[in-house]
Ligand binder design. Structure first.
Ligand SMILES: Cc1cc2nc3c(=O)[nH]c(=O)nc-3n(C[C@H](O)[C@H](O)[C@H](O)COP(=O)(O)OP(=O)(O)OC[C@H]3O[C@@H](n4cnc5c(N)ncnc54)[C@H](O)[C@@H]3O)c2cc1C
Length: 449
C-alpha cells in the first residue's frame, strides 16, 4: 500500500469513529452522489468526504485534516463552486438543513446546508422573509457569506447586513460563535473569508406579506425601445422596486412556451411589496414594447423563485460580472447587442443595485463596492463549448462596461472564470481578510494564504 493510501485509510478509520454522518473514501461508489452539485464542472476529487450531520462532525473533519496537513473545502449546494480540490478533505453540509424562526426577535437560526427555500418557507408562516435572492435552491450560508444580493436588496440592503451571528469551525478545529465586535464576523459579512466552515448562522428577517412581481418577455429586436425604459426605471423608481433585465437564449424545446421557444429574448423582472410601484413599472415596459409572454401577479414570497425563473438542471457553466457606478442607455444597449451576436450562448443579467445596498452596514463588514449602481452579469453553459470561446464571448459582452468597472462580485464568478483578489475586494476588505486569515488559518488549511 502506498504511504498516502495508508495515511488516508487510518484517517478514514479515525474519522469514522468520530463522525455521526458519512465518511467516504476516494473510490467509494457513493461519492458521485455525495458530491453532486448544481455546478458539474471542476468536481472535487478529495481523498475523503465527510458528510457532516452536525457541528461536531465538522470539528472532527477539520481536526483530522489539520493533524495530517490536508487541505479542506466545504460544499453545500455547489451553486457557487469554482475549482475542485484534488486531495484532502471535503465537508458536505447537505445533512445540516435545520431552520428555526424566532418571530419575536425576527431572527432565524439556519444550518449550514439549508437552502433559501427552506428559510423562506419557515419564515413565511410568521409573515417574515429573509433578504433572499432569485433562486430558491441556493445555500443560505454561501449566499450570505458572499454578500447576498436579494430581489428586494434595494429596500433592505445586502443579506450579510442582516447576519447577526455565526458559528464557525476555524482551521484549528475549534467551534466559535462570532458576532458584532469580532473581526472574523466582519469578514463573514460579505467577504467569504475561507478560514473555516460555518456550521450555522443567525440572520435577521424582515416583515413581508404578498408582493407583486414577475417577468415580461420581449422580442430582442425591441431592445432599442426597451433598454432606455429599464435603465430609467432602475435609476428613478422607488427603492422598493427590484428590477433586472435578462438577455436569454431560450432553448428550442417542446416544454418551452411557443412565443419564446428557440429565440433570444429580453426578460424584464420586476418585484415590489407595493402593488402600485410594481404595476407602474409594468405599464412602462408594456408601453415600450409588445410583451410576448409573462406579466406581474400577486405572489407570496415562497413563490419568489418564479420571478426570474432560473432553470434547475445541474450543468457545467462559467460566469463573471462587472460592477459599475452608473449605466448609460448606450452601454446597456451595447451589452445586449453583444450578447445577441455572441458566438456562444450567453445569458445576461443586469440588476439595479443602489438604495439600501449602497448604504453602510450597521458595523464593520466585508462587502466591497457598495457604491456600485448596477451589476452586469454574463453566464454560459460550457457543455460542448471551448473554455477559450466562452471566455472570449464573456469579455466581448462585458466590454462596453469593463473600463468603468469598479470590480466583480465573487458570488457571481463561476467555474474557472479568471478573477483577481483586487477585482473582488476593496483594499480595506483585502486587509481585513488577510488579518483574519493570519489569525484563524495561518497554515492555509482552507486555501493558500
Ligand atoms: C442559479 C443561481 C442563482 C443565484 N442567484 C443569486 C442571487 O440572486 N443573489 C446572490 O447574491 N447570489 C446568487 N447566486 C450566487 C450564490 O449566492 C453563490 O453561488 C453562493 O456561493 C452559493 O452558495 P452555495 O452554498 O449554494 O454553493 P456552494 O457552491 O456549495 O458554496 C459556494 C461557496 O460558498 C462558501 N460556503 C458554502 N457553505 C459554506 C460554509 N458552511 N462555510 C463556509 N463557507 C461556505 C464556500 O466558499 C463555497 O465554495 C446564484 C447562483 C446561482 C447558480
Amino acid at each position: 500500500m502506498a504511504p498516502d493510501d495508508e495515511l488516508m485509510r487510518s484517517t478514514e478509520t479515525a474519522l469514522t469513529s468520530d463522525v455521526r454522518g458519512a465518511v467516504l473514501r476516494r473510490g467509494d461508489d457513493r461519492l458521485p452522489d455525495e458530491l453532486a452539485g448544481f455546478q458539474t464542472a471542476h468536481p472535487h476529487r478529495p481523498d475523503v468526504v465527510v458528510g457532516a450531520r452536525d457541528a461536531d462532525d465538522v470539528v472532527a473533519a477539520v481536526r483530522h485534516a489539520a493533524a495530517h496537513d490536508l487541505p479542506v473545502a466545504v460544499q453545500a449546494t455547489g451553486h457557487g463552486h469554482t475549482t475542485g480540490l484534488e486531495r484532502g478533505v471535503v465537508v458536505t453540509t447537505g445533512r445540516m438543513r435545520g431552520v428555526s424562526v424566532d418571530p419575536v426577535s425576527r431572527t432565524a437560526r439556519v444550518g449550514a446546508g439549508a437552502r433559501s427555500a427552506d428559510l423562506v418557507g419557515a419564515a413565511a408562516g410568521h409573515g417574515l422573509a429573509p433578504v433572499s435572492g432569485s433562486f430558491p435552491g441556493v445555500g443560505v450560508v454561501g449566499y450570505t457569506l458572499g454578500g447576498g444580493l436579494g430581489l428586494l436588496g434595494r429596500e433592505h440592503g445586502w443579506a450579510s447586513d442582516h447576519l447577526r451571528a455565526a458559528e464557525v469551525v476555524t482551521a484549528d478545529g475549534i467551534l466559535r460563535r462570532v458576532g458584532p465586535g469580532d473581526e472574523l464576523f466582519a469578514a463573514l459579512r460579505g467577504g467569504r473569508p475561507e478560514v473555516g466552515i460555518v456550521t450555522a448562522v443567525e440572520v435577521g428577517l424582515v416583515p413581508l406579506g404578498e408582493v407583486v412581481g414577475g417577468g415580461l418577455f420581449v422580442e430582442a429586436e425591441d431592445a432599442g425601445r426597451l433598454v432606455p425604459v429599464v435603465r430609467r426605471l432602475g435609476d428613478e423608481a422607488p427603492e422598493s422596486l427590484g428590477i433586472s433585465l435578462g438577455v436569454v437564449p431560450v432553448p428550442d424545446l417542446d416544454v418551452v412556451p411557443a412565443p419564446i421557444r428557440g429565440r433570444t429574448v429580453l426578460h424584464v423582472r420586476l418585484v415590489a411589496p407595493d402593488a402600485a410601484v410594481a404595476r407602474a413599472a409594468e405599464d412602462a415596459v408594456r408601453e415600450a414594447a409588445p410583451v410576448l409572454l409573462g406579466g406581474l401577479r400577486e405572489l407570496p414570497w415562497t413563490e419568489s423563485g418564479s420571478i426570474v425563473g432560473e432553470p434547475e438542471v445541474p450543468h457545467a457553466y462559467e460566469g463573471t460580472n462587472v460592477l459599475v457606478t452608473t449605466l448609460s442607455d448606450e452601454a446597456l444597449g451595447s451589452v445586449v447587442a453583444a450578447a445577441r451576436s455572441a458566438s456562444v450562448g450567453c445569458v445576461v443579467d443586469v440588476r439595479r443595485l443602489g438604495g439600501a445596498l449602497a448604504r453602510p452596514a450597521d458595523g464593520p463588514d466585508a462587502v466591497s463596492f457598495r457604491d456600485a449602481g448596477w451589476i452586469v452579469r454574463v453566464l454560459s453553459s460550457t457543455e460542448g463549448e471551448s473554455t477559450a470561446a466562452v471566455r472570449a464571448a464573456h469579455a466581448a459582452v462585458l466590454a462596453p462596461v469593463a473600463d468603468a468597472g469598479l470590480g466583480r462580485m465573487a458570488a457571481f464568478v463561476y467555474g474557472g472564470s479568471p478573477v483577481s483578489a483586487a477585482e473582488l475586494h476593496s483594499p480595506a476588505v483585502r486587509e481585513l481578510l488577510a488579518r483574519v486569515r493570519a489569525e484563524h488559518d495561518p497554515r492555509g488549511v482552507f486555501g493558500p494564504c
